[in-house]
Design a protein around this ligand. Structure first.
Ligand SMILES: [Ca+2]
Ligand SMILES: [Ca+2]
Length: 187
């Protein structure tokens, strides 16, 4: 997840003297719990994940694997503050702030099908799955990246493999222990 907060450059250095008037910072926190029950994330209820605090009219903060880090905590809090610089006027008028949050998640790919969709693999056995990719005729000609996700129904473990061009995933299981390897042979 990326968060970018921006203010107009004219508010950052209105007189162009290279001394900042007002700058913007951006912070990402995890709100662990509403300990005092007031419905709001208070400072002592949050832990800092990342921040951007450069002397600029915009800042970026990133958070990797936000869903995993959030876990069962209360929420993710994105906050922006305006900081008076050394050249700040006595009264700083309201400053418009633009905040853009970009979050990329995985989703099923309708272009890809797998056959068979599941298999029972005996100890020390293997199974072969064939992935078929059918991009539509109007697909934008660029590089697409996907991954094959193999879920072990017995252990619940999930293994991911990025299928660059090999069309097959071979799934091997050892008896009783979760030591499967997923071999991706060359196409
Ligand atoms: Ca200035
Ligand atoms: Ca609270």
């Amino acid at each position: 997840m990326d968060v970018v907060a921006t203010i107009p450059y004219g508010r950052f250095d209105a007189d162009n003297n290279y001394v900042a008037d007002v700058r913007v910072r951006v912070l990402i926190h995890i709100w662990k719990a509403d300990t005092n029950g007031n419905g709001r994330p208070d400072p002592d209820e949050m832990m800092l994940v990342n921040y951007g605090a450069n002397w600029a009219n915009w800042n970026l903060a990133t958070m990797a694997a936000p869903t995993f880090k959030l876990g069962s905590y209360r929420g993710i809090v994105v906050s922006v503050d305006l900081v008076r610089g050394p050249d700040a006027p006595p009264y700083a008028p309201p400053v418009p702030v633009t905040v853009a949050v970009t979050y990329v998640d995985t989703a099923g790919d309708p272009w890809v099908s797998v056959s068979p969709s599941s298999a029972t693999i005996p100890p020390r056995g293997s199974a072969t799955f064939t992935l078929t990719v059918k991009p539509p005729a109007n697909a934008v000609p660029t590089t697409y990246i996907g991954e094959a996700v193999v879920t072990n129904n017995a252990t619940g473990s999930v293994n991911r493999r990025e299928p660059h061009h090999p069309p097959r995933v071979i799934y091997r299981a050892s008896a009783g222990v979760d030591t499967q390897t997923h071999h991706l042979p060359s196409a």
